[in-house]
Design a protein around this ligand. Sequence first.
Ligand SMILES: Cc1cc2nc3c(=O)[nH]c(=O)nc-3n(C[C@H](O)[C@H](O)[C@H](O)COP(=O)(O)OP(=O)(O)OC[C@H]3O[C@@H](n4cnc5c(N)ncnc54)[C@H](O)[C@@H]3O)c2cc1C
Length: 368
Amino acid sequence: MRESVVIVGGGIAGLSLALQAASDFDITVLETEFQPGYHSTGRSAAVLHIPFENDVVHRLTLESVEFFRSPPRGFKDVADSLSTLRIGRIKDEPKIEQFFDTWIERCPWLLRLSQNQLHAKCPILSSDFSNGIIDRRSLHLDVHHLLTCTRQAFKELGGRVETNFRVVSIETVQGSWKLTSDNGLTVNADIIVNAAGAWVDEIAKLADVQPLGVQAKRRTGIRCKPEVFSSSWPMCYLISDHLYFKPEGQSLMLSPCDATPSEPCDAQPEMIDIAQAIARLEENTTLREVVPEECWAGLRVFVPDQCPVIGYDCDHPGFFWYGAFGGFGVQTAPGCSKLGAQLLRHSPFVNTAVSVRELSPSRLIRSV
Ligand SMILES: Cc1cc2nc3c(=O)[nH]c(=O)nc-3n(C[C@H](O)[C@H](O)[C@H](O)COP(=O)(O)OP(=O)(O)OC[C@H]3O[C@@H](n4cnc5c(N)ncnc54)[C@H](O)[C@@H]3O)c2cc1C
């Protein structure tokens, strides 16, 4: 008989691992909300950058990019190509230089742009932007489609997804786990996968497992429709890290790159962050009187080294961590879920650029 696994959390993390592991385990995904993806997954900026965050995240992205470029059957049109510009003024030259030096060996397609080239790519930029790097290998991801296809493929393999199931208690009964929902339903399993996003530590506490001490940080997104607009512009990141904006269909999506520490919650945008984003867009471009049409916020969840945590807990062999996906959980989902499924079935990594140790919860010093 196959071992039973319950995955707590129906975001991109929980569902993509469920799909990868479905042929080896009997899996049930439990999700608090009425639909999967309601929290961080449904609120992302939906991009993939290869030179991103740190070396581990970069290698996990490389493990994932082929999935998006040539998706398997059933996942058609899950990604579009996107160019990304890192931009700065004269005073930002050292930061542009540093970004280029950090990534050029691993991403030799990155190109420095002259001031004229920069403004030709994105004509709304203020005239004093003088430095830029273009990455033509970023992708725009259709997260809703990705999640829907993942859930569908998982169900076709016999997997179960229970929504409106908020886990409120976890006990061990005769060597297996018993999870109970707020309305009294129960599910038993041999293994718990903790993919509860901002709530991973809360789930650990319910199971009497020492939490990791993750930190959730709120980030705001805004959609607007400025009158002068072109869907052919690249995504632009100010190298000073205070604003990014990108075309999305007929709209422009922007973020003030906020990272405000938060408790796990249904994050909502704050007026101050929306106002700052709009002010920065107007300060750095020729756009004026920009009116936000849609605003949202979501939580990005980190441990101190800003790498994900994937693997069995060292003190509780039936408790598997799958969290801390920061600002890269969508773009690394294919690679992380493949590696996660191998760890879940205790198989060694073969032909991967990432080591077990780099992902393991045992690398973290837990003080909470
Ligand atoms: C504004 C913003 C922009 C971003 N941009 C990008 C980007 O461009 N590219 C990228 O790759 N990443 C991006 N991210 C990060 C990405 O969204 C996350 O890394 C990813 O969604 C994390 O997925 P997850 O499944 O771990 O978390 P979630 O999607 O939050 O899923 C966790 C789930 O667990 C459920 N849960 C919690 N507690 C319980 C319980 N007790 N019982 C049952 N279920 C429970 C929750 O309801 C939730 O649905 C962005 C994030 C934000 C906020």
